[in-house]
Design a protein around this ligand. Structure first.
Ligand code: AP5
Length: 224
């Protein structure tokens, strides 16, 4: 397969970041997480971060025009030529159409939209126990994915923290926003024949194995 252009879809806490970490190890793809990118911008106090902070803390989406330009530029860049993995984008039909248009202008298209399915109660349980490392956003859970030493990242030794938008009331808003604005993308990509579904209630390793097997099958089909 010449290039693997992938997006990860699913509600907050479905395990998109967890799987992205693993898929980056499997394939040489440019990884872009809009959530991580926006949190870094908030931390650095940039103009983008200033615009995003209050919206993110409320659990709502930053405006399409703020995010689309940034992502379109990234997928067109040199380091995305062999493929990319987008986590958190697109999140609205407008964003999906903008991505489709930008790729089409480059003579490219998406290979697959990987949907990780988890129900709302699971989401709330998972997110309330999530901890992320301050340095590189490596993901843990206080019950199901504990670090070797309390509150310390196994990979880079930095401190583990709880995200500002992981409070239960904000998570409920994020879920509402997901169902209203992002869930329509399931049909959008189904219509284009590139939606692949994964049961996100399985263990992270099982979900990962299933995604890898699906991508391997796609590669084989292309060679036939
Ligand atoms: P973003 O950072 O993208 O948040 P999200 O989509 O809500 O997703 P999360 O990061 O919360 O969850 P995840 O699916 O990555 O799960 P994880 O792997 O961490 O966006 C944040 C905000 O930024 C948005 O609300 C919005 O304001 C803004 N934004 C971002 N993109 C935007 C865009 N395109 N347009 C507009 N605004 C945008 O896992 C969760 C927990 O579960 C962890 O503790 C993990 O250890 C555990 N876990 C993972 N997998 C499993 C499993 N299989 N079994 C058991 N536990 C598991």
């Amino acid at each position: 397969m010449s290039e693997l252009n992938l997006i990860l879809l699913g509600p907050p806490g479905a395990g998109k970041g967890t799987q992205a970490e693993r898929l980056q190890d499997d394939f040489r793809l440019l990884y872009v997480s809009t959530g991580n990118m926006l949190r870094a911008a908030v931390e650095e106090g940039t103009e983008l971060g200033r615009q995003a902070k209050a919206v993110m803390d409320r659990g709502e989406l930053v405006p399409d025009d703020v995010i689309i330009g940034v992502i379109v530029e990234k997928v067109g860049a040199e380091d995305a030529q062999d493929g990319f993995l987008l986590d958190g984008f697109p999140r609205t039909v407008t964003q999906a159409e903008a991505l489709e248009g930008a790729l089409s202008e480059l003579g490219r298209s998406l290979t697959a939209a990987l949907l990780i399915d988890v129900d709302d109660d699971d989401v709330v349980r998972r997110i309330s126990g999530r901890r992320v490392c301050q340095k590189a956003n490596h993901v843990y859970h206080v019950d199901t994915n504990r670090p070797k030493h309390d509150n310390v990242c196994d990979i880079d030794g930095s401190r583990l923290i709880q995200r500002d938008d992981d409070r239960e009331d904000t998570v409920r808003t994020r879920l509402k926003v997901y169902h209203e604005q992002t869930a329509p993308l399931v049909e959008f990509y189904e219509e284009r024949g590139i939606l692949k579904r994964f049961d996100g209630t399985r263990s992270p390793t099982e979900v990962h194995d299933h995604i890898r097997a699906t991508l391997a099958t796609l590669r084989l089909e292309e060679q036939i």
